[in-house]
Design a binder for this molecule. Structure first.
Ligand code: NAD
Ligand code: TYD
Length: 363
């Protein structure tokens, strides 16, 4: 039988290694875009923290994203599915996490319009299963990585705060809003310690090239058409993934239990303006822009009021947007092989190549 835990150290001899200074963090979806950036951030900033990456490795999960820290003794990968209670139970029994930071999700709006069911399974049922075991194991804080998309489309003169109604318009955002409501139940009814984080659109390294920013950069570098949905006037608010990771850290450790925090920058762009801006930076002709059929139910504008996290927890974004964008453009330009492996599907053999031999050794 395949062993699922890839432990190469005596890290899990808890009596031996754990003392009061240490925290065990179970990160779900840690092989995806934001989760992998968050794990790197934790491992680099908190040598006393032990980080478990619980991930199913769907098409969006890529262990290559963690290659720079995969040998760190404080990091371990656990291949598991949040929708499978057996996997979740095993992970909780084995690691007894202090904190759970729940990123694992189906995350792409366009895919949700075609196949909503998997979004409900992973994003809603998966969250409930994790909440069940978090309650049983008395987790100190369950941090739900939600999204500003749960508020739906926001009219031009407004920034929504955390009390705004949830008015999602696609299966992805509806599934995320549903999960947020389950968090509410966990807090109100079962007394679990939880936080919900609703960030705006992230950009950064290791983002799967199905989302706007990597699509623009990848296609521009390869002189491919850049699809712009509808009239391109939809507005998104953008945050560098490192600023989001800092916000998650602050909330995980100092957030008031039961509270929701918006995370935003105020940095808003019409899609078409962002496309043209990036093409300018790359010195690529804008005739690559190709207007395509609009997304169904395409939200016009997202815009959050993030004064709560700023005033109450002292967080603010640190990365200048232009500098962040330059850094990301350089990153994708220097990691064409990473994008290539994803677009060809080659990255999917990474788990088998790297982990199967190690697993065989421990059996
Ligand atoms: P992603 O698609 O890049 O990564 C998702 C990860 O979850 C992958 O590693 C995948 O393998 C894993 N996963 C999927 N189903 C799973 C399952 N059943 N069991 C275990 N693991 C599973 O997503 P992302 O862009 O990094 O987003 C992460 C989280 O942040 C999501 O919850 C998303 O809703 C939220 N979010 C994203 C953004 C954004 O701009 N990308 C903004 C706000 C919030
Ligand atoms: P996306 O990155 O999918 O994030 P989300 O839909 O979760 O905000 O899309 C960002 C915006 O860019 C959204 O308005 C849809 C638009 N878009 C395009 O115009 N072309 C594309 O190829 C993609 C992927 C998105």
């Amino acid at each position: 039988m395949e062993k699922k835990v890839d432990s190469t150290s005596d890290f899990f001899d808890k009596d031996k290694v754990i003392n009061d200074e240490q925290k065990i963090i179970l990160v779900t979806g840690g092989a995806g875009f934001i989760g992998s950036n968050f794990i790197r951030y934790l491992v680099q900033n908190y040598p006393n923290f032990k980080v478990i990456n619980f991930d199913k490795l769907t098409y969006a999960g890529n262990l290559n994203n963690l290659i720079t820290i995969e040998d760190n003794k404080n990091y371990v990968f656990f291949k598991g599915d949040v929708v499978d209670p057996k996997d979740v139970k095993t992970a909780f029994e084995q690691f007894s996490p202090d904190y759970v930071v729940h990123f694992a999700a189906e995350s792409h709006v366009d895919k949700s319009l075609i196949n909503p069911d998997i979004f409900l399974q992973t994003n809603v049922l998966g969250t409930q299963i994790l909440l069940n075991y978090s309650r049983e194991h008395k987790v100190q804080n369950f941090v739900q990585i939600s999204t500003d998309e749960v508020y739906g489309s926001i009219s031009n003169d407004l920034n929504v705060n955390e009390d705004a109604r949830l008015e999602p318009n696609n299966p992805y955002s509806a599934s995320k809003a549903s999960a947020d409501l389950l968090l509410r139940v966990a807090y109100q009814t079962y007394g679990q310690r939880i936080n919900i984080i609703r960030a705006c659109n992230n950009f950064g390294p290791y983002q799967f090239p199905e989302k706007l920013v990597p699509v623009i950069i990848h296609n521009a570098l390869n002189k491919l058409d850049i699809p712009v949905y509808g009239d391109g006037k939809n507005i998104r608010e953008w945050i560098h993934v490192d600023d989001h990771c800092r916000a998650i850290d602050v909330i995980m450790q100092t957030g008031k239990s039961g509270e929701t925090y918006n995370v935003g920058t105020g940095n808003k762009w019409r899609n078409i303006d962002l496309v043209e801006h990036i093409l300018n930076k790359l010195d690529v002709n804008s005739n690559l822009i190709s207007y395509v059929l609009d997304r169904q139910g395409h939200d016009i504008r997202y815009s959050v009021d993030s004064s709560k996290i700023r005033n109450e927890l002292g967080w603010k974004p640190q990365i200048d947007f232009e500098e962040g964008l330059n850094q990301i453009i350089a990153w994708y330009s220097n990691h064409m092989d990473w994008v290539e492996e994803i677009t060809t599907g080659k990255y999917m053999s990474y788990y088998n190549d790297i982990y199967k031999p190690r697993l065989m050794e421990t059996q």
